[in-house]
Design a protein around this ligand. Structure first.
Ligand code: HEM
Ligand code: SF4
Ligand code: SF4
Length: 581
């Protein structure tokens, strides 16, 4: 059965503009799916999404629930040997989907271009000015600074209850559209949890920020988002309580500094400010040379900037009131109210909408996903030694290439040869498990197979030709016939794309790497780091295709600052063997 794909070129262009400019560099090596904390064996992520993006398969990507479960930890981008930046690409898809699902969509487009910012700011300013004009309050009030002299409480309520209501209702409408899309994506699947159960689990996860703690590259963001999240909730609670104070007890603002609600407001402001500045600092931080700087689009800055501006002007509103400078205090309050209008009223169109989409995706995932991604993985099981048949020994010439269980772990945390796969534990993550190296390929087409003779374990990509038997001359693998060391599983001619399954995280088979073609094929990528914990990145795979191959890309320094080392020479024959000779 053939499937026709009609690429949406406009979608591809938009993704490139939003931050996915390197999406075409992906050559499906699956490294990202191996390192991603939310990827599972059944559902590798985000490698398939890279193909969908390259092919402009908009509907598929926008209805993919994992896109919003991704926490932009950027572990995948740091390990990607091609600099394709899968993490950033997914962030671009998310930004795009906010506009796509928003209601009304036409209005949402105004948030993607900085040239509309003055217009977006002008809307609340005009609304507030007109309201003040109607109230006859278009002047700085006399006497002690009390903000309700400028904006009476009823006016604030008439304006802000509808604005907040609109923001939430429009946000929920977008969320509903999104829910319908992801449900269609999973048509035919049966949920194994009720929505209520899934929502409770999601709530717990959000409140504890569990997902943020799984990030390694973006680990610091936890310390920004957490205080900012609780600061925002605290500020929201403060506003609600001030309203209740007024209606239940007739108490007016300003409240004394020792009042519990005032204390809550001030603590929340400090948390919000701290969180925002930490997140801004993170965005401005220069990354080590071997990593991409965290890209920040206008869309990113719009929301973060708006939230920070709300926190700053809120704090200044209080400080200027305490200082008694009415000429500064009232205009600051005016600006503060305008910014709150933007933050809440524009919630469904800015990045603030992540609140709706992430929650929906997380609930959906908990209802349907069969397997939760493992976070802490046990060491790979020890496998019993396997008898070596004579025939095989003859076929396998080099000791290092012996197809049977030659453990050659380079990761300080382990590794070990699989009795079935041969070639020992490849130092590359292509064969290694996340923790402790892992089993080599078991496929007869993979690296170091019994039939193929196999590459020595110094090949970072598991190398080893399907036909040949002689150990490859170059440590990067490669068979006697055909120079290009196909990453395990590469086809002889043309290299079909690998199946979408990812690599086993626990000592299992390595992910199917990109199909290296013997004729005209590109060389394998410099394999990124081996064991996720403590592993030294393996050497780049030397050698390319003999016929028409593209020269290999220079090794890219990997996350953690460890530059790939050249491969170790094949081990010398053991002393006894030498004597016999
Ligand atoms: C409903 C629960 C929420 C979840 C699951 C959540 C999750 C996340 C995640 C994963 C990110 C990183 C995404 C990225 O950088 O692309 C993020 C960013 C952000 N979140 Fe939330 N968030 C939630 C609610 C909130 C709330 C209530 C606020 C406060 C108003 C907030 C403010 C922010 C800000 C400002 C950023 C941008 C950080 C940056 O640009 O570096 N989030 N959120
Ligand atoms: S790690 Fe490999 S599969 Fe993933 S984006 Fe990079 S090149 Fe593509
Ligand atoms: S950014 Fe993190 S969570 Fe998202 S796909 Fe990459 S590794 Fe996975």
């Amino acid at each position: 059965m053939s499937t026709t794909v009609a690429p949406d070129l406009e979608f591809i262009r938009s993704l490139k503009t939003f931050g996915g400019e390197n999406l075409k560099s992906c050559y499906q090596c699956a490294t990202c799916s191996v390192v991603c904390p939310i990827s599972t064996d059944d559902r590798p992520f985000p490698r398939p999404e890279m193909i969908h993006a390259q092919w402009g398969m908009k509907d598929k990507l926008l209805s993919d629930p994992l896109v919003w479960v991704c926490h932009n930890c950027r572990d995948c981008s740091s390990y990607c040997p091609r600099g394709a930046k899968p993490g950033e690409l997914l962030a671009a898809v998310r930004d795009y989907s906010i506009t796509h699902f928003a209601w009304p969509r036409g209005f949402a487009r105004l948030f993607n271009d900085a040239k509309y910012l003055p217009l977006l700011f002008a809307i609340p300013v005009i609304v507030l000015f007109v309201s003040l004009g109607i109230e006859g309050h278009l002047h700085i009030p006399e006497g002690k600074i009390v903000y309700s002299k400028l904006f009476p409480i009823h006016l604030v309520e008439y304006l802000y209850i509808p604005v907040t209501f609109f923001g939430f209702i429009a946000g929920l409408m977008g969320m509903r559209r999104y829910w319908t899309a992801i449900s269609a994506h999973r048509a035919g699947e049966t949920p194994h949890r009720t929505m209520v159960e899934a929502a409770i689990l999601t709530g717990k996860e959000i409140l504890s920020h569990t997902q943020f703690r799984k990030c390694s590259v973006e680990g610091k963001r936890y310390f920004g988002h957490l205080p900012m999240f609780y600061g925002f909730l605290g500020a929201f609670a403060t506003t609600t309580m001030v309203t209740l104070y007024y209606y239940l007890f007739g108490r007016l603002t300003p409240l004394p500094l020792y009042d519990p609600v005032k204390i809550l407001g001030n603590v929340s402001a400090v948390l919000l400010l701290y969180g925002c500045f930490r997140l801004i600092a993170r965005r401005k931080e220069e990354e080590p040379e071997e990593r991409n700087n965290l890209p920040s689009s206008y869309f990113d800055w719009l929301f973060l900037g708006l939230l920070t501006a709300v926190a700053v002007t809120g704090t200044l509103t209080e400080l200027t009131r305490l200082s008694g400078a009415a000429g500064i205090a009232y205009p600051t309050y005016f600006i503060h109210l305008s910014l709150i209008f933007m933050l809440l009223g524009y919630m469904p169109y800015s990045k603030f909408a992540h609140l709706f989409y992430r929650t929906a995706a997380m609930v959906h995932e908990k209802m349907y996903a069969q397997e939760e991604a493992a976070v802490v993985l046990p060491a790979p099981p020890e496998l019993p030694p396997v008898e070596v048949e004579e025939e095989e020994e003859e076929e396998v010439a080099a000791p290092a290439a012996a197809g049977v269980g030659a453990p050659a772990a380079t990761s300080p945390l382990g590794g070990g040869g699989s009795p079935l796969g041969g070639g020992g534990a490849p130092p590359s993550m292509f064969g290694g498990s996340k923790i402790g190296g892992g089993a080599p390929p078991t496929s007869s087409l993979g690296g170091g197979s019994k039939i193929g003779g196999g590459a020595p374990p110094t090949s970072p990509l598991g190398g080893g030709g399907g036909i040949g038997g002689t150990p490859p001359p170059a440590p990067g693998g490669g068979s006697k016939i055909g120079g290009s060391p196909p990453p395990a599983g590469g086809s002889t001619i043309g290299g079909s794309p690998p199946p979408p399954a990812g690599g086993s995280k626990i000592g299992g088979s390595p992910p199917p790497p990109p199909g290296g073609s013997k004729i005209g094929g590109s060389p394998p990528p410099p394999a990124p780091g081996g064991s996720k914990i403590g592993g030294t990145p393996p050497p780049p795979a030397p050698g390319g295709s003999k016929i028409g191959g593209t020269p290999p890309a220079p090794p890219r320094p990997m996350f953690g600052g460890v530059t790939p080392k050249p491969p170790a020479p094949p081990a010398p024959p053991a002393e006894e063997e030498a004597k016999e000779e």
